[in-house]
Design a protein around this ligand. Structure first.
Ligand SMILES: [Cu+2]
Length: 121
């Protein structure tokens, strides 16, 4: 009886560990910076410009350094406002990215402050 309980406990523990690892792995962090000048960027944890990602959940760590810029994500009709124009500071937002071409941009200065990346399996 005790042996069976220990076995069940061991399986439950390893399942939790695996779930924890999947949870941590499923939302890699991306660093988005906007301002203080007229610049916007999106980089991965190694500091490389994001150009291509696998579909899934990502945590966008936004550093909005200006009260005249904002940080938006868009793909077709999907629009996610990660920070507002008046907001200045750091904010983490988790977003599920589906396949396609995503655009990140500052709303008031969309034509000059923008970039794109591809999400593909
Ligand atoms: Cu702007």
């Amino acid at each position: 009886m005790i042996r069976r309980f220990l076995l069940v406990a061991a399986i439950a523990t390893s399942a939790l560990v695996v779930a924890g690892q999947i949870g941590a792995m499923s939302a890699p962090k991306l660093n988005g910076t906007v301002g203080p000048g007229f610049t916007i960027s999106l980089k991965d944890s190694t500091g490389k410009k994001v150009t291509r990602l696998k579909p899934g959940k990502y945590t966008f760590a936004i550093n909005d350094k200006s009260a005249i810029h904002d940080f938006n994500l868009e793909k077709g009709s999907i629009h996610k406002k990660l920070t507002g124009v008046r907001f200045k500071g750091k904010k983490n937002v988790t977003v599920t990215l589906a396949t396609g071409t995503w655009k990140f941009y500052c709303d008031p200065h969309e034509t000059s402050m923008m970039g794109t990346f591809k999400v593909a399996a």
